[in-house]
Design a protein around this ligand. Structure first.
Ligand SMILES: [Zn+2]
Length: 180
């Protein structure tokens, strides 16, 4: 894209309604994103430690800063909900988290701990990177809650999964409540 077009796109994205759209889209794209490891399964193994981690939102913030904080927050929320839902599957077979080639060994029973810490980390990151203003936090909490319930019930078909994901989304806001 030419510099001028990029400038217009960036101004649109960084306008307030633009950022709301970016946040919602980023959540939608990021919800299934950790399972892109299935496309490179020989290299990564399913439940790759690389894609099932806070790395995805960090990559967005490092390589696509033009998209603004709402994109990072949205991807963080989507990944947090995905990892929270994965947390409930048993720690054997594809339930485990794996190192990529050339190791391809699993974290074994540490898989659940890894998923939990990264889900919480992503949830916290979503709140931490948001632009200033309470409205953003309410919006992120609302979008996160919808994503958690929707993903838990529709994808995982589990009320428990929806509740765990909701808990993870809420936990991201907890540090701010405590710190005031
Ligand atoms: Zn997954």
């Amino acid at each position: 894209m030419s510099g001028e077009v990029l400038d217009v796109v960036q101004r649109l994205v960084l306008s307030a309604p633009g950022e709301v759209v970016v946040l919602v889209l980023a959540v939608a794209v990021a919800l299934p994103a950790p399972d892109v490891d299935l496309w490179a399964i020989r290299l990564l193994h399913h439940r790759s430690i690389l894609t099932h981690s806070v790395l995805l939102p960090l990559l967005v913030s490092w390589f696509l800063p033009e998209l603004g904080p709402a994109a990072v927050a949205g991807v963080s929320l989507g990944v947090a909900v995905h990892l929270a839902a994965d947390l409930l599957s048993p720690s054997h077979g594809f339930g485990r988290v794996y190192w990529p080639e050339p190791f391809q060994v699993s974290l074994g029973r540490w898989s659940a701990l890894w998923l939990m810490l990264n889900a919480l980390g992503a949830s916290w990151l979503a709140v931490a990177v948001l632009p200033a203003g309470e409205a953003w936090r309410y919006l992120a909490a609302g979008v996160g809650a919808v994503a958690a319930v929707g993903y838990g019930l529709r994808k995982e078909r589990s009320v428990l999964s929806a509740l765990v994901a909701l808990g993870v989304v809420a936990a991201g806001h907890a540090p701010r409540w405590w710190l005031g």
